[in-house]
Ligand binder design. Structure first.
Ligand SMILES: *[C@@H]1O[C@H](CO)[C@@H](O)[C@H](O)[C@H]1NC(C)=O
Ligand SMILES: *[C@@H]1O[C@H](CO)[C@@H](O)[C@H](O)[C@H]1NC(C)=O
Ligand SMILES: *[C@@H]1O[C@H](CO)[C@@H](O)[C@H](O)[C@H]1NC(C)=O
Ligand SMILES: *[C@@H]1O[C@H](CO)[C@@H](O)[C@H](O)[C@H]1NC(C)=O
Ligand SMILES: *[C@@H]1O[C@H](CO)[C@@H](O)[C@H](O)[C@H]1NC(C)=O
Ligand SMILES: *[C@@H]1O[C@H](CO)[C@@H](O)[C@H](O)[C@H]1NC(C)=O
Ligand SMILES: *[C@@H]1O[C@H](CO)[C@@H](O)[C@H](O)[C@H]1NC(C)=O
Ligand SMILES: *[C@@H]1O[C@H](CO)[C@@H](O)[C@H](O)[C@H]1NC(C)=O
Length: 466
């Protein structure tokens, strides 16, 4: 039965909700192996410690870390200090009053917090693959650049592999938004081998350990950031995002911020529900990581779903052998651009996607060839890889063309996606009973009607679809 897809989705959603009540790693069925690994390679011993190259690999297909970027922190197991760093820095020096050296150590905190350097620092502070202003691209979008590297010279650790004690309680967060990552304890792994560029000689690390961090979209506590609305050529009804998807509309929204912006005056302005992250640092980070830097509250359009980002899926055309969907992403936040945004979608017809216009596209086969029913999309560099802040340019659009299979039907909501993720955050979908329904008239009549509706709908600016 065609409708059973929804039933299964509902069941698995409720299982997920009950299985992850708190800020644990949420399992992402579209990216089951997605994680960020942090690898420490000791490459040299020093008088009182070691030099390590720390590499963060983002193995996640469609979840990147945006500017202002990642923050990595850990607790030293002994009384280690950081003499110096390349390619990154700690946010604070801490109390180095016990040291009479010149220069003083870079950081004496028991719990250093490391942030990236901005691009192109002086040559003397660089190391290969460093300094991206905290941005960590996703593996699906940019596999060659999905890493961040820094070097740290550690003192007070002893300089043999029996005196070195692995750091503990790693935390990784992205300071821009979201609840961040939950990290495993460090584990000693086989020593890394480094191949010389000509491939004719390899060297090895003295000691290597790994930490694995998984994204935790705390399902119960953190506000959602996106929702989905539907429409179809055969129905005049636009199914909006469910009410209160991300937050409920406040009863007394503030007045428009800027009266010289013609679009802003059209609607009331509300505070972005994501601002709430600032008030919940210890809940979100598991108690050990530093609170995120304070950020000014974002302002956004007031809507009944209060989501800063909306995805609209419009079933546009039904050809003989193909069918076409228009996907529009709208940013309703006045204070946020989304650079290198990603969209991940699950629909059974993704095994036969024929073309994605003006978005880049990659099939996701999370469980091998048997379930290639999901795909990720992102913008074309310098064209639409930046989803601009709310306003006339605050949207990106694409058409998807699918080849019909035997199970194609306009009935039972089959043409609508099962799951939608924006920047790796799961979006709230309309309930199946609200889907656009087929009119009772003959198919040919509805086909003719459809043409009219397509024209009408495309005449409405995406702005009006807010
Ligand atoms: C982390 O991701 C890599 C690459 O997808 C995978 O091989 C590895 O098993 C994952 N590790 C964990 C602990 O999930
Ligand atoms: C350690 O991390 C590196 C980099 O992600 C990965 O290639 C390697 O397989 C990991 N080792 C183990 C034992 O997980
Ligand atoms: C790591 O966290 C645990 C649990 O909170 C704590 O008992 C332990 O002392 C911490 N380790 C360090 C080195 O601070
Ligand atoms: C520790 O060092 C000793 C002597 O240098 C070496 O034989 C041994 O393999 C090292 N152990 C590890 C885990 O690297
Ligand atoms: C978004 O990007 C535009 C163009 O680069 C810039 O003018 C604007 O200040 C940015 N807005 C925010 C909130 O970063
Ligand atoms: C997106 O990422 C690519 C490479 O990772 C980068 O060259 C490009 O500037 C980024 N786009 C934006 C809008 O930040
Ligand atoms: C999906 O899987 C089928 C086999 O099950 C394969 O023939 C087809 O090429 C795959 N499609 C994509 C887009 O990977
Ligand atoms: C994919 O398209 C082929 C024809 O190219 C069709 O035979 C097959 O049934 C389609 N698969 C699905 C699942 O839609």
């Amino acid at each position: 039965m065609k409708g059973s897809r929804w039933f299964i989705a509902l069941i698995s959603a409720s299982v997920l909700f009950s299985a992850f009540p708190s800020a644990e790693c949420a399992f992402d069925p579209l990216d089951p192996n997605g994680n960020i690994t942090i690898k420490w390679d000791i490459t040299a011993w020093t008088g009182d410690g070691y030099v390590a190259t720390v590499t963060m690999f983002n193995w996640q297909m469609y979840r990147h870390i945006e500017a202002p970027g990642w923050q990595l922190s850990w607790a030293w197991a002994k009384n280690e200090i950081i003499w110096s760093m390349l390619g990154a820095q700690t946010t604070m020096q801490g109390d180095c009053s016990m040291f009479h050296s010149n220069p003083l150590p870079h950081c004496c905190d028991r719990r250093p917090v490391v942030i990236d350097l901005l691009p192109l620092p002086p040559e003397s502070m660089r190391i290969a693959n460093c300094c991206k202003g905290g941005v960590l691209p996703s593996f699906g979008q940019d596999p060659e650049n999905a890493l961040a590297v820094f070097q740290v010279a550690v003192g007070g650790a002893g300089n043999t592999n029996t005196t070195v004690v692995l750091p503990e309680n790693f935390t990784l967060s992205s300071s821009s938004s979201g609840p961040g990552y939950t990290c495993s304890p460090a584990m000693q792994v086989p020593k890394s081998q480094f191949l010389a560029p000509d491939g004719r000689r390899s060297t090895e690390a003295f000691m290597t350990w790994n930490v694995t961090c998984g994204y935790s979209q705390s399902l119960s506590m953190t506000p959602r950031t996106c929702c989905v609305s539907f429409s179809a050529f055969y129905s005049e009804k636009i199914v909006s995002c469910p009410e209160c998807s991300c937050a409920c509309k406040p009863t007394n929204p503030t007045e428009p911020v800027s009266s010289d912006d013609p679009d802003a005056t059209a609607q009331k302005v509300c505070i972005d529900p994501r601002t709430r992250y600032d008030k919940l640092p210890s809940v979100i980070s598991g108690g050990n990581s530093p609170p995120p830097p304070p950020s000014a509250p974002h302002l956004m359009y007031c809507t009944q779903d209060m989501c800063p980002v909306k995805i609209h899926w419009h079933v546009k055309t039904n050809y003989k052998e193909y069918w076409r969907v228009k996907v529009t992403i709208t940013n309703r936040d006045f204070g946020a651009n989304f650079s290198n945004w990603t969209l991940a979608l699950k629909h059974p017809n993704f095994n036969n996607l024929t073309e994605a216009f003006s978005y880049k596209y990659k099939a996701l086969n999370p469980y091998g060839a048997y379930s290639n029913d999901s795909a990720m999309f992102w913008g074309v560099t310098y064209f639409n890889d930046m989803l601009m802040e709310a306003g006339p340019n605050g949207n990106v659009q694409s058409d998807l063309l699918f080849r019909k299979g035997e199970d194609f039907t306009l009935r039972n909501g089959w043409t609508f996606p099962d799951r939608v993720y924006f920047n790796g955050d799961q979006c709230v979908l309309p309930l199946p009973q609200d889907f656009p329904t087929l009119p009772n008239g003959s198919p040919s009549l509805s086909a003719r009607l459809s043409l009219l509706l397509v024209l009408v709908v495309s005449a409405i600016s995406p702005f009006a679809l807010l």
